[in-house]
Each structure stands twice: as structure tokens, then as C-alpha cells.
Ligand binder design. Sequence first.
Ligand code: DI6
Ligand code: FE
Length: 416
Amino acid sequence: MWDTLWLDANVATMIAGGAPYGAIRNGGVAVKEGAIAWVGPREDLQGDPGALAAEVRYVDGQWITPGLIDCHTHLVFAGNRAREFEMRLNGASYEEIARAGGGILSTVKATRGASVEALIDASAPRLKALMRQGVTTVEIKSGYGLDLETERRMLRAARALEKIARLDELGEHGVRIRTTFLGLHAVPPDYKERRGDYVALVCDEMLPALAREGLVDAVDAFCETIGFTPEETERFFIKAQALGIPIKLHAEQLSDQGGGALAARFKALSADHLEHLSDAGVAAMAAVGTVAVLLPGAFYALREEKPPPVEALRAAGVAIALATDCNPGTSPLASPLMAMNLACTLFRLTPEEALAGMTRNAARALGLEGEIGTLEAGKAADLAFWRIDEPAELAYWMGADLLEDRAFAGRTAWTS
Ligand code: DI6
Ligand code: FE
């Protein structure tokens, strides 16, 4: 006997290789004990629905997709940079903004001054906004502390948000959170003249301590001329690899640093941004199955002009994921559906690729492809229910209210 059976649904399973979107029209989904027990067309159902499940819900043609997965965010931070945004639009130069205390270090300063509770309070509305658009799994990076205590507080706040959501304190039920230690995000001001000492601190003290405390699901670094060199990044990765921690990388966002190939050499889960990725980088990622995570919110907000090499990624068979990159500086975006629209319009992804990027391939970018990302028996019953006629609508509308409900581990938030 199943716990719940949804019928009169259109189901986008997002299983690759079959119909577009893995679609099943006039189908259903059944769950038992938080996992998917059955997905299929109505006519395959043997017997009376009422005899198969404790509860049967008819959803009137809604589309059911896997719960969305935002696989790259920096959503835990204090303060914001709206003043900086405004100053820029009033003609201030980068230098003037920096002198007025702007930029990434202003977020570091605000975050260092915030308690775990203050970080939770500041971040919960952003998490809630994602959940309100069907997100059931979120990756959250640290990286605005740049010292052990603050990085720890950021990771603890991220983990606490998962607990709070599961207690229904955000008004919608349940979310899965993965935490990434972004140790090499920026060089802290007091290490400006001795950056090697900061890299050593991250590798030899911060990472081992945070990993021991169980706060690190993956590591990440910002490999860029304004971030860290490939050599510094590699040193960090060697340490993570020795500790058995999965690797992700901010690569090729503003210039070609060979980050895609570096990530691939460490069999990274993902390399993210990738606007300046070379053909060699594409080939290296394809060879080991490193996922390409595209972040159109940052591309848009920075008014970048060179899109990532989507055609080459496709041709090489690199899995493409998509995320909000929700952060106060370069991507103040708390909408997965807007990320999908931006990816289609700016990067020319198809709506089906965009949805795969927020489901199946995002799961791979987190190493969770065995648990989530497609609708098939055995996976977690994380579902999104949409008031749409066609799945392409998810990427097509801008700012529309399309979500009817979401289920986490088989339990819906609002409807019953
Ligand atoms: N790449 C980015 O675009 C952001 N971090 C990163 O590694 C910038 C973050 C910020 O400006 O606060
Ligand atoms: Fe980022």
C-alpha cells in the first residue's frame, strides 16, 4: 500500500534518452515512506487507485517535475550591496566604490560581524524564495568569512537552515542542503602582502578543522586573476583529495585560467561559470564527467558579453547544470525559474536543457544523482507541482507564479 498517489497529472520524469522531458501525459506518481514507489501512465495502474494508496489526489492536469535543485549558491551572508549597485548606476567608478568600502570585502565585513542566528535570519528569506519556486535541494557555499570562526558560522547557519525548514518554520515543508567550503574566495585584507600564508591557513588549518566537524560536503575555490592562481587552487585541491572531499571550482568566469582542465584533473564534481572555457577544457571535462554549471545570473548582472561555449559542451557530451549563484555582489538572484529563462535567452539553452540543468544534471553536480534529480522508483519523493500546460513554460515566463505545491520526502507543503 502506497502512502500517496497523485493522478490526473502530466509527469516530466527528466529521465534522459526517451521522450522530451521524459514526459508521461496522463500519468501519476506514487510515494511510500518518502521515496518514489511508482511513476507511469494512468493505464498501467492495475486496479482501483483507492485500493493502492492510503490517499489519492487528483491534480487536474498539473505537471509534476523533480523538485528543483539549485546546485551553486552563496545565499548565507549578512548585509547586501544595493547601495553599491545604486552608486554604480549613479556613475561611481569601481575605485570610488572600493574606497567607500564596497565590493566583496564589504560582505566579508558584515558577515564577520554576524552571529549564526543573525546569518540564519538574513538568509532564510532567500532560501524561502527558492523553495517558493519549487526548489527542494540547495547547495550553499561559505566564503564570506575568510577566517576559521566566520567560515564555521556560515556553514553552521547553512546546516541550521535545513533543520529549520524541516520543522516547517519557513512555512513550506522541508529542504535538503549541501554545504561547500569556499575557502579560497578572496584574499583577506590582512593577508594581502602574504597570500601564501592565507592559502596555507586554509589548507592546513581551516579545511581539516571544518571537515572534522562534519561541515564540509565539498570544497570550492575562485580560480581567477582577482581570486586565486591555478597553483594555489591546486594546493587546496590536493589537500581536499587527501581528505576524500569532493571538489568544485569557480572556473573561467572572467578569463581562461585553465580551471576547467584543473578541475577535471581532480575529477571534480563540477566546474562552474565557464564563459572563457577553452576547447581543451571542454575535452578534459568530458573525459572525466565533470559537470558544467552555468550561472546566467552573474553573466547578466555583470553585463558580460562572451557566453559559455554551450555548443562545444553539447558536442562533447558534457552534462550542463544551471544555478542561481545567489550572492550579494554579482548575482542577487533568488529565482530558479528566472535562471532558466536567462539561460535560454542569453546562452541559448533549450527549455528542456534548462530544466535538466536544474534537476538531473544539478544532482550530478552535487554527487546526488543516485538520490534525486529524476522521477523514478527508489529516488527521494521530492516533487514540484506546476500550473502549466507545457513544460517549456517553466523557462518561458519571467516572474510568473507557476508553482501549485512542492513535496519534500513525499509530503506536500500547502495542498492536501
Ligand atoms: N564569483 C563571483 O562572481 C562571486 N564570487 C565568485 O567567486 C562574487 C561574489 C561577491 O562579489 O560577493
Ligand atoms: Fe559563485
